[in-house]
Design a protein around this ligand. Structure first.
Ligand SMILES: Nc1ncnc2c1ncn2[C@@H]1O[C@H](COP(=O)(O)OP(=O)(O)OP(=O)(O)O)[C@@H](O)[C@H]1O
Ligand SMILES: [Mg+2]
Length: 117
């Protein structure tokens, strides 16, 4: 049987991401449900999490469209990831005016989101 790896987020922080100017969530349970009215921002949180791996995010939206309307144009998503007893800090986001998103793993800039794999 293939090795199975589980990863859990203990923290998720969004800045100027979709409808969130700032959101800071701490998770202490292994299973989390987001509940709320239509259009409140549940899928936006899942989209933010999807930027914690390689690629263009679950909506495949242009990075500039992900920034909060009436925000500065830049946006960021950061997390603390717990995996096999190790804690990894991941940050990603767009700097206003740039085409590609930046990715940082444990404080170090990496060349591409492929490093998140
Ligand atoms: N770039 C953006 N800046 C600000 N707000 C945005 C941006 N993109 C989307 N939104 C807002 O995000 C909201 C939609 O959020 P989301 O899709 O996460 O809702 P939801 O809770 O998943 O709703 P549903 O239950 O219908 O699936 C809308 O109010 C929309 O106006
Ligand atoms: Mg939704």
């Amino acid at each position: 049987m293939a090795d199975r790896t589980s990863a859990a987020l203990s923290r998720l922080t969004l800045t100027d991401f979709r409808n969130y100017e700032h959101l800071d969530l701490a998770f202490s349970k292994p299973l989390i449900a987001f509940v709320g009215d239509n259009g409140i921002g549940k899928t936006n949180i899942l989209e933010a999490i999807s930027f914690l791996t390689a690629g263009r995010g679950l909506r495949r939206a242009p990075f500039a469209d992900v920034g909060r309307v009436s925000g500065p144009g830049s946006w960021s998503v950061s997390t603390i990831l717990n995996q096999n007893g190790d804690e990894t800090r991941i940050g990603t986001g767009l700097t206003s005016g740039e085409a590609g998103r930046r990715v940082r793993i444990d404080g170090e800039d990496v060349r591409s989101s492929e490093n998140l794999l």
